[in-house]
Design a protein around this ligand. Sequence first.
Ligand code: SF4
Ligand code: SF4
Length: 433
Amino acid sequence: MTMYDSLETVKAELAKCMKCGNCQEVCPIYLEERKEGTVARGKIKLVEAVLKGDLKYTDGFAEKLALCLTCKACNAKCPCGVKVDKIILGTRAAIVKNKGLHPLKKFIFGTLKRPGLFNFGLKTGSVFQGLVFKKHKSLNGSYPRFPFGLDLKRIIPPLASTPLRDQLPEVVKVDNPVKKVAFFTGCTMNYLYVDAGKAVVNILKRNNVEIVIPKDQHCCSMPIIAHGDAETAKEMAKSHVDIFGKLDVDAIITTCGSCGCTFGHHYQELLEDDPEYYEKAKAIAAKIIDISDFIVKEIGLDKVKLGPVNMKVTYHDPCHLNRGMGVKDSPREILKAIPGLEFVEMKNADRCCGSAGSFSLTHYDLSMDIHKHKTEAIKATGADAIVTGCGSCIMQITDGMNRFDLNLPIYYTVEILAKSYAAKEAEDKKVAS
Ligand code: SF4
Ligand code: SF4
């Protein structure tokens, strides 16, 4: 029985909570709402009440459990080691079992689990997006022309005319490879931030790493897990376990903390009661590594390859990359190694930007209230660019900048590293000519 099949399985986590309230200090939602039901302790009490039979699976209960970014800030602060995110995800799955899935979510998740249909939908969307969205004059994004469920001021990144995986071969060969890796592109790099995906490939090639980019990979299923549709998530987990499990590679590279956590933790949780798939999921999890950790820890950051990038940048820690995968130092090491680049820390760099994937769609105003602190922290650094390691954070920060009057470019860490490599190559060419 997995944590997604029975609420009884989270009882041990609930029992660890001593109701100290330390989680209040760090919960981005509680810090805005100041209501006990929005903090981990309050949610734990509600789940305990449901388990005792004192509370039913009401709409109010479901809404309280939806009010969580799964940012893991409470996990990190908790003196008792309560894995609050586990309680939240398990309870959301129990809510879906009891109340069913909203028809719109059913439709969206049904599309996500059919990669061909999803791909066709987004490719078609890229052709017609100009009819519905109008390009922002300076930021990388567009805003809706009509109110169709999205705030009219909301900035959305454009869909790439050709997805990343369609632009790349399935195997990128190099001479004398030092390692062979698989690249899980994730949806944001595949459909939105294609240039960042190309930067990943160029960096790996430059370091003599052979890359396999399976064409049949698809959404990692994190949005589906977050909304409690465990059955669909299990199907998708098995599919990825099959796709990546058969590859003979040293590592599986991810470029988004949520995808990394899904492959690294959630697939095992979902498949726990299926011994064969559980073992396969465990083997895959052991190979999962974020691109910045791979560069720093596995291939080594060769400073001879770095050219100048004259920028003052600050770095935002994505929650799932930092607290989920433990990747905090490597992106900073990369940035600090680049000549000409001035790195400045922002206040509370590891505080959630308020995105949490679809949370910013379902609770837009609250997500922007949370985000306001991020924009203020960025502004205070005087940086002329922002760097981070998650597409969802890039979307949220771009939208937040428009909302709170800031206009800075925002990059993945790999894009800055690729700029540095390109600068060095240009320097070397100049010397040679
Ligand atoms: S910090 Fe941990 S132990 Fe304390 S109330 Fe929050 S979840 Fe419970
Ligand atoms: S995971 Fe984040 S948003 Fe959710 S209860 Fe914990 S601190 Fe609050």
